[in-house]
Design a protein around this ligand. Structure first.
Ligand code: 5GP
Length: 109
């Protein structure tokens, strides 16, 4: 699915792009700002990314910080990566959620 967004076959609202990452708005936002940051390279999960090259996750996370700046989230934000069934992962392509624009409670659901 997210490879199709990278390829432009499925439309998305792009907010940031580098040679290796893409950031676009979540289709079903749970916060006023809800952006997904993905590696363009297909890796299914955080587990798979860490096994292939820990730099992939570092690249994605550092781009999340850049996106938070672009989105003006100066009062704070949350970065979430769901991994596997118990983590609540639904899409099998590594993605980090950047959530902002409201307070986020802890613990998450
Ligand atoms: P997960 O539960 O895997 O961590 O999160 C998947 C996220 O992808 C969900 O927040 C969902 O709303 C979002 N999503 C699923 N399909 C699409 C799509 O086609 N386009 C966009 N922009 N987001 C999607």
């Amino acid at each position: 699915l997210f490879c199709s967004i990278v390829a432009g076959r499925i439309p998305a609202t792009i907010v940031d792009e580098t040679e290796t990452t893409l950031a676009f708005r979540d289709i079903a936002p749970v916060s006023p700002t809800h952006v997904l940051v993905i590696p363009k390279q297909h890796v299914a999960s955080l587990d798979e990314a860490a096994a292939a090259d820990p730099g992939i996750a570092a690249d994605v996370i550092s781009r999340c910080v850049h996106v938070a700046g672009l989105e003006g989230l100066s009062e704070g934000y949350r970065v979430v990566i769901n991994n596997g069934d118990n983590g609540g992962q639904e899409v099998g392509h590594l993605h980090a959620h950047v959530l902002g624009g409201r307070a986020h409670s802890w613990p998450p659901g």
